[in-house]
Design a protein around this ligand. Structure first.
Ligand code: RIB
Ligand code: CA
Length: 316
């Protein structure tokens, strides 16, 4: 369990839901959750997050609704619905519980950073709109935040929403560029590792035998498996957000994670949303390059699906 205080920014979809379960089961000190449009609209993500936290026994964790539209753009729910279902949680119906707090996600992040100067850690598993707006409102933010762990990008792996772009970056490339350009230390957990972190059908069946929360998580995996089965070639799914959460909490320790320069293509062309990661030092141990500030996770140990299942079965 990580003793640090955390802020989670998410677009509660199915793998975000698994990550909420991981954080709760691991007893993470989760001080607040902000939602952003991505898998579904930010308001719907907040609804799902509130209902899931209550089901998991943590209705005390405040949830703030964040930005609906990407910076300079308009949110389009079409693609997210194909992966996570229209309601973001595989079309299952969760018992409704609680309401979002009045403050915005960006204001929640800024407030928590000032309440925990130098110790707040941020886990971002959706598009980076809220983080970019928080940076705009409070330029001192990077000096107050100890670490930013981002599920996003692809160093040398193909994209998932285009040949080169990963969804969280692509959905708000302008925001991503501002976030990666800020002076805080980022750990990037991209498709290079998350596409190989899997839940198999056996994991889903075992999860369904757990308590109410694991049963709900297993039920929402139905739609998510349907999307990933033709991509992965067998009934299974990729554990994007949970792997980032496990790395954030120290449950998974990367075996290769160099500090290298990362740039974001925020143009409107075919390269939109690409994370340009400079891996040219790969044959000589990635010597530190001028301006390199971000840790890019390239390899993790095998077996994360089994570890995640064990953690999630501890939920009520
Ligand atoms: O590309 C995967 C990411 O996009 C995950 O965070 C998933 O939840 C979606 O937001
Ligand atoms: Ca997500």
């Amino acid at each position: 369990m990580s003793g640090a205080p955390w802020y989670l920014d998410c677009d509660t979809g199915v793998d975000d839901a698994l990550t909420l379960g991981l954080l709760v089961a691991q007893g993470a000190d989760l001080r607040g959750v902000g939602t952003v449009s991505g898998n579904l609209a930010a308001a719907g993500g907040a609804r799902n997050t509130l209902d899931l936290l209550a089901l998991m026994g943590r209705p005390d964790i405040p949830v703030a609704v964040g930005e609906h539209d990407p910076i300079g753009g308009v949110f389009d729910p079409t693609e997210g619905a194909k992966v996570h279902g229209v309601n973001g949680v595989g079309e299952i119906v969760l018992p409704r519980a609680g309401e979002p707090v009045d403050e915005s996600a960006a204001d929640m992040l800024i407030r928590l950073a000032h309440e925990h100067p130098g110790s707040l850690r941020v886990l971002a598993i959706g598009p980076l709109t809220n983080l970019a707006l928080a940076l705009e409102r409070d330029p001192a933010l990077p000096s107050l935040v100890a670490q930013v762990v981002i599920m996003g990008g692809a160093a040398s792996a193909p994209g998932n929403v285009s040949a080169v772009a990963e969804a969280n970056i692509w959905n708000d490339a302008v925001a991503a560029n501002r976030v990666f350009s800020a002076s805080w230390p980022i750990t990037m957990v991209g498709l290079d590792v998350t596409m190989h972190a899997r839940f198999e059908e056996s994991h889903r069946v075992a999860l369904a035998a757990g308590g109410a929360s694991p049963q709900a998580l297993a039920a929402m995996l139905g739609v998510y498996f349907q999307f990933y089965t033709p991509i992965l070639g067998r009934p299974s799914c990729a554990l994007h957000d949970p792997l980032a959460g496990a790395i954030a909490l120290g449950l998974v320790v990367p075996t290769l994670a160099p500090v290298v320069p990362v740039e974001i293509d925020d143009t409107a062309g075919p390269g939109r949303g690409q994370t340009l990661v400079d891996l040219r030092g790969r044959f000589v141990g990635y010597p530190l390059q001028a301006g390199a500030r971000h840790t890019v996770v390239l390899e993790v140990p095998e077996g994360f699906g089994d570890a995640l299942l064990e953690v999630l079965l501890r939920l009520p």
